[in-house]
Design a protein around this ligand. Structure first.
Ligand code: PLP
Length: 395
């Protein structure tokens, strides 16, 4: 079999951990029951497995199982949070605050609501990708019903100061939603200590299956009202109808359990791999780090490279490593990343960017190979550019 490139795109998705898969398998075959079937053993078995996963998730973010609603992923969770709050609270106000570097799964529901007459403030970020808390305080209005600010950015890994944002929202009695798709299992999350009212989660960034996520919805102090966006059998306390996918839910629970148990040691290991890669790349000149140097996910390194063409750079790396430029969800569109532009990067540098997403199964040897290949590719592209320019001059 041909050797495949080294996978370094863990902010896009991750492979399923064997331990997770093993836990899931019996729920496809032996324990296939519908968790909503309350009249027989098949249903009870499935319901018990869903209950366990719900408890793991709840404990993981310091809440109760009743406050966890399963969804198909973080995209659905974000849609439910933003549209569900808008619909439930529109009599109170029609103003929402978010930030310029959010994932499209937050930005697009906001645009949708703007078309319906809501007002949305998109806060800028500093050059390191972190928001300015004073600008958040200034943006709050009497009719603000929701602040939606992500926990960790999918492109540059930057972490937002959730606890301070939560404090500001609480002081002003405004609901706080955070998209924690990239953060769960990677950084400590505590919805009580951080005053978070709604949180979107997903399994596939932490070695769990794709197509399963959840939303945490606060039930006390305050009790959050949420208008359902999918109507049907009244599952998930009426907030999200549809038969629960037991194997995926079981896998999600196991993925969170493993990630939390290994979070401390894994954070140290990934930070050292990232540092190694960054140090090696810095032996070249004019390579820029995108996002805060330390307030970021341990496995994320995002760089911009001067003097090369973005597409040529990715092409040059492709045979050895699987990396991406900008967000994986938008890389089908050839447009410079809105996140990098929000940091103030020029269009050229935004194009010439590479996101390395280092994960659980990457090794030191792989990082050595990747850095060597990246350095060789960048040097040869720069050399080719220089020769091309000098040829144009002499012609
Ligand atoms: C920050 C962020 N939010 C939302 C999503 C969407 O998550 P899902 O793939 O579970 O719908 C992603 C995935 O790329 C993400 O990185």
């Amino acid at each position: 079999m041909l050797k495949r490139p080294i996978y370094l795109d863990c902010n896009a998705t991750t492979p399923i951990d064997e331990r997770v898969l093993k836990t899931m398998l019996p729920y496809f075959t032996e324990h296939f029951g519908n968790p909503a079937s309350i009249t027989h053993q098949y249903g009870w078995e499935a319901e018990a497995a869903v209950k366990k996963a719900r408890e793991i998730l709840a404990t993981g973010i310091n809440t109760t199982p009743e406050e966890i609603i399963f969804t198909s992923g973080a995209t659905e969770a974000n849609n439910l949070a933003i549209k569900g709050i808008a619909e439930a609270y529109f009599n109170k106000g029609r103003h929402i605050i978010t930030i310029a570097t959010e994932h499209n799964a937050v930005l697009d529901p906001c645009t949708y609501l703007q078309n319906l007459g809501f007002e949305v403030t998109y806060l800028p970020v500093n050059t390191d990708g972190i928001i300015d808390l004073t600008s958040l305080e200034t943006a709050l209005r009497k009719d603000t019903i929701l602040v939606s600010i992500m926990a960790a950015n999918n492109e540059i890994g930057v972490l937002q100061p959730l606890a301070r944002i939560g404090e500001i929202c609480k002081e002003n009695s405004i609901l706080f939603h955070t998209d924690a798709a990239q953060a769960i299992g990677k950084i400590p999350l505590d919805v009580q200590a951080m005053n978070i009212d709604l949180m979107s989660l997903t399994a596939h960034k932490i070695y769990g299956p794709k197509g399963i996520g959840a939303i945490y919805v606060r039930r006390r102090h305050p009790r959050v009202k949420l208008a359902s966006q999918i109507h049907g059998g009244g599952h998930e306390r009426g907030m999200r109808s549809g038969t629960l996918c037991t194997p995926q839910i079981v896998g999600f629970g196991k993925a969170v359990e493993v990630a939390l148990a290994e979070m401390e040691s894994e954070t140290k290991r990934l930070t050292s791999l990232r540092q190694k890669l960054w140090e090696k790349l810095q032996t070249l000149e004019n390579i820029f780090l995108n996002g805060h140097p330390t307030e970021r996910l341990s496995g994320n390194l995002n760089i911009s490279v001067e003097g090369v063409d973005g597409q040529a750079l990715l092409l040059g790396l492709q045979s050895v490593m699987a990396v991406s430029s900008g967000s994986a969800c938008t890389s089908a569109k050839v447009a410079p990343s809105h996140v990098l532009q929000a940091l103030g990067r020029s269009e050229k540098l935004a194009y010439a960017s590479v996101r390395f997403g280092i994960g659980r199964f990457n090794t030191v040897q792989e990082i050595d190979m990747v850095s060597e290949q990246a350095i060789t590719t960048i040097k040869s592209l720069r050399q080719a550019n220089r020769s091309q320019k000098s040829t144009v001059k002499t012609n």
